[in-house]
Every structure is written in structure tokens, then in C-alpha cells.
Design a protein around this ligand. Structure first.
Ligand code: PAF
Length: 282
């Protein structure tokens, strides 16, 4: 595995590998866990004899909360090992100064899907995600890229970006990886207090119960409200949103024959967790 810390090193590492099959990119912000390792293994499988590129870059531009950025876990040595063990050929680990010009003036904002769910409570977040992912696409020029469905809204917005800007890359959504207790794996889980860590698996339990209720015909608004109520009954938990929306538009579900998405974000103490589940009528 080659490690590139600058854009020039990345280009030099990739030049001899281009044209020999797929180039599959897995962008990450580091603090890699089993969920990321699963994405890397899927990338290896998809690439076959081609090339797997991973990026580890804690993108400051997508954090609207300085405290969240400061508290975000950083495990660069472990990340290198995780990439090495899971079939990565080239690992890109730039610094913010390498990634961004200090006087940059271009922004990249999606204006419809980004206005709801996480976009409503994290202003500028998805513009920062689009900017860094577009830069990574330009630098790596992957044929394919893999993103986890835990960040369902992020994936929907990136699909829109690729479509609207004609970026020649195929995006793949990977299923959420959960612990045995059902909690979606996240770098943020490490920051939960023992009490909140014990309570957090109930998010998935409530979502699963909601899926069953929805399949049996419960009204969409009631299904979402029940999840909110159950989460709010946990001491110290504050719900940011619990919404049932159209899985593609992320806005109101106008047609119940379409796939729905039940998405939640909730503060467990000072840690904001997100999760989601796809729903359909039985
Ligand atoms: O999902 C993430 O970890 C980040 O938002 C991404 C896609 C790596 C962009 O910084």
C-alpha cells in the first residue's frame, strides 16, 4: 500500500495504475471502524484486479460546529493499518492546508435535498461535503465510489451532484453496519458515556418497530411521532428530528407506493447520533 500525503504524491501513485480496470474510491474522515472496513472490503471486491483508493481526511469545511470538529476522534496510525489490512492500494491522507487554498472562493451547494433533515440543523454541512467529495473525485478520477447508507442524506445529495454535474463516476450505497446490539457503527459512538452507550441501541429497536407498524398500515406521521416519543422518554436524550420522508426526494412522501425513509438524529448527551431505515407498505 502506498501512502500519499500530497496531491502530487497521489497523482504519481495513481498514474501507473490508471487504465488497468476500475479505480474504486472510499472517502472517509478517519477514526476507521468495522463499518469502514466493510466498505474497504466491498471496494476491493468491486475493483478486482483494479485499484482501491481510500482517503482519510477530517474535512474542516463540513463542520458547522467547532466543538464537534475538535472532539472528532483521530486515530491516524490505526487508520493506516485498517486500510492496509483491507486491501487498499493507495491511501490519501492530506492536511487541510494541502487540500484547500487559504483564499479559496468557490462553493458547491445543493439546494433542495440539503434543506431538510441534517441539512436543516447543520447549515453549510452538505456544501462542505460536496466540495470535498468533488475535489476527491477530481484528484482520484475514480470509476466508482462507495458511501455508507447511514449517511443516507449525504448519499442522496452526492448522487444528485454526480447527476447534475455529469461527473463520470458510479456511486454505490453500502448497507449500515451494526453492532450485535443493533447500534449503527459510528466514530462518534466512542464519545458516548456508559449510560448513553447502553441506551443508544434503542434507536434501531424503535426504527425496526416503526417499520413493522408502517408495513401494517399505520399513518406515516404517527409512525414518525412514535419514534420521537420513545426517544424523548430516554433521560437526557434530545431529538433533533424523527421524520418519515420519500427515500429519494427526502421531502414529504406524496405517494405511499414509493420507498419511504424514516430518519432520526438525536443527542445522547453531547453526542449527536443518526440512523435510518427504509420502509414500505406491506
Ligand atoms: O461520510 C463521511 O465520512 C464524510 O462526510 C466524507 C464523505 C468522507 C466527506 O468528508
Amino acid at each position: 500500500m502506498q501512502i500519499a500525503r500530497s496531491k502530487d504524491e497521489l497523482r504519481a501513485a495513481l498514474a501507473p495504475l490508471r487504465g488497468a480496470g476500475k479505480v474504486v474510491l472510499v472517502p472517509t474522515m478517519g477514526a476507521l471502524h468495522e463499518g469502514h472496513a466493510t466498505l474497504l472490503r466491498q471496494a476491493r471486491q468491486l475493483a478486482g484486479d483494479g485499484t482501491v483508493v481510500a482517503s482519510v481526511f477530517l474535512n474542516p469545511v463540513q463542520f458547522n460546529d467547532a466543538h464537534d470538529l475538535a472532539a472528532y476522534p483521530r486515530t491516524p496510525e490505526d487508520d493506516v493499518e485498517t486500510c492496509r489490512r483491507n486491501g487498499v492500494d493507495v491511501l490519501f491522507m492530506p492536511t487541510p492546508d494541502e487540500m484547500y487554498c487559504a483564499d479559496r472562493t468557490i462553493t458547491l451547494e445543493e439546494t433542495h435535498l440539503s434543506t431538510v433533515l441534517c441539512g436543516a440543523s447543520r447549515p453549510g454541512h452538505f456544501a462542505g461535503v460536496c466540495l470535498v467529495v468533488d475535489k476527491l473525485f477530481n484528484l482520484v478520477q475514480p470509476t466508482d465510489a462507495i458511501f455508507g447508507k447511514k449517511d443516507y442524506q449525504q448519499l442522496a445529495i452526492l448522487r444528485r451532484m454526480v447527476r447534475d454535474l455529469d461527473i463520470p463516476v458510479t456511486l454505490h450505497g453500502a448497507e449500515i453496519v451494526r453492532g450485535e446490539d443493533g447500534l449503527a457503527l459510528s466514530s462518534r459512538n466512542a464519545r458516548l458515556t456508559p449510560e448513553f452507550r447502553a441506551a443508544a441501541p434503542s434507536i434501531h429497536r424503535f426504527l425496526t418497530e416503526a417499520r413493522a407498524d408502517y408495513a401494517q398500515g399505520a399513518p406515516a406521521a404517527e409512525v414518525a411521532a412514535a419514534v420521537r416519543r420513545k426517544l424523548e422518554a430516554i433521560p437526557g436524550v434530545r431529538v433533533d428530528y424523527a421524520e418519515l420522508v420519500d427515500a429519494e426526494t427526502l421531502h414529504e412522501l406524496a405517494d405511499e407506493k414509493r420507498l419511504a425513509l424514516l430518519a432520526v438524529a438525536a443527542w445522547f448527551g453531547d453526542v449527536r447520533l443518526i440512523d435510518n431505515i427504509e420502509l414500505s407498505r406491506a
